[in-house]
Design a binder for this molecule. Sequence first.
Ligand code: CA
Ligand code: CA
Ligand code: CA
Ligand code: CA
Length: 602
Amino acid sequence: MKRRLKSAARILMFLSAAMGVAIAIALYAMARKDEQHARFYNTGKAVNNFLSSYNHALKDAFEKKDTSEMEGFYSERYVSPGRGRWELKREEDAGDVTCYRLAPEGQYDYRKTDVRDELARYLRGLASIEDIKFKIDMIEKIELDRDVQLTVKFILDGTDLNGALFQDRHFYRWYLENEDTTGSSYDWKIVRDELVEGVRVAGDGRGFTEVDPVTVGIDYKHERDPKLNIKSPDAHLRFGVMEHGFGGVSATDYNNDGRPDIFFADGRRSRLYRNNGATDSGSVSFTDVTKEAGLDGIDQANAGIFADFDNDGFEDLFVVRYLAPCKFFHNNGDGTFTDRSHDVGLDIVAPCMSACVLDYDRDGYVDLYVGVYGNAFADIPRLPFFAQNGGPSRLFHNDGGLRFTDVTEASGTGNTGWCLAVAACDYDNDGYPDLMAANDFGRKNLYHNNGNGTFSEVAKQAGVLDFSGGMGLAFGDFDDDGYLDIYTSNINSNQRWFGEDMTVSQYTRNVLRTKWSLLDAGEYYKVYKLLGSRWSEVGTMIGKGNSLFHNNGNGTFTEVKDSHTNRAGWGWGVAFFDMDNDTKLDIYAANGWISNTPGTDL
Ligand SMILES: [Ca+2]
Ligand SMILES: [Ca+2]
Ligand SMILES: [Ca+2]
Ligand SMILES: [Ca+2]
């Protein structure tokens, strides 16, 4: 017995020694990787500084009409074999704008003097510059501190010699080498460049006329929910970003006079403006009818959803509120509303953010789906790219007029992401409306309506996981094939390069060293199950911007990557509409964020 114990102790000692060695090796390997990551980060930062200097020098060159300083950015060894000259070539006119594409002319080798002449020619074609942006798009290859192959995004807003407003969006592939001889600093030079893609869109800027809302009677100014003001000592927000996430606007004809009215959902005082119609001279006016309609005093509101829930011919109002009881107002048909929130069963309290209506069981009564975010007072998004500690979003069945039943669980629609937007449409044309949800810090959910009161989550199979900071959703058949396509809004970041593999693995190492590696192991496994071997790309997916998905007509979607619709800033709301009545759907993508100093927006 004693001998057995002794040998067990020996084995145990050997095992712990082996484990100790394994841990030491792992920690050493991790430290080496950390150091590599730090060099990756510094190289990236130095390249960003190079781009920023290039940007300023280009502006100076335009103002001084002298491109000699630009030569300093190109190596004496610069040569681009077979590059040829890049020229803007006019494409077909698209409505009231003109599109040009940058294309190579000839196939001869390009030298430093050729680039200088090309830049001078380009700048001579401009009458004014409003803004220039030069950013890293992607780092394609990197030898730390030595050379970098990257794609660069160049955006220039200005006017041309004919007075047209235009924007150039060009992508170049630059090969940079560090020509610093001291070995301790960075002196990047371009040794070769290639054209990836270049587009110019020009127009007269008069497609729409801006009207000061006050001149037409709309004196509304947005205010935030006071409880979310982080400057106030009472606001104990764990997730402070929430203070910016408020407000919404709806157009509806609440009094059936054929003219769309406007409702603003507000943090302090929501407002309804009646559209008085146009006078003979064409001028339109609105009147603030909030009080007389019985809608005064609605605060903490994120969205006003108008729909005729009881089929009496007048649009009723559901108000989505954040951690305050949601509201339901019955439209009395005489220009007034009555608060029926409690007796219809919709005075729910949750971090509600958005809502949409759909008659999911086709009983003739519109049902309601409410998108629920996370509780910013109690939580932060658990994982920045896969937060599942929000919600649940909720589906309410309309029981035939003015009574609703929560059917979230039975229907399988309780999305637990930090949901910012929901939308309904019958994407597979089976006659039953389906549901989609956009989640902040996560993926999209697509709920296929099975036609029997239940839904199946099919985002992965349908190809619309679309990992990012999901903000908005829109359905529209942009190619007129009879199947509704999807446009989502996400974050497009100038610092997307910082989300590349090396940073994701750095993040993984950091997590491994904390208790979270055990606590969140299940969440990481879920991400892996969704993305498979592509999991390490999640960092770049997050910052890549809005997505346009074409409906293949068989229940799946394909992202239209060359549609030029993804770079719309930090996306918020999105909509399809036909701006010029040519029957082809256009897109309006709102964006907005509190930007830091240029180049540091993530
Ligand atoms: Ca009604
Ligand atoms: Ca229904
Ligand atoms: Ca369907
Ligand atoms: Ca379509």
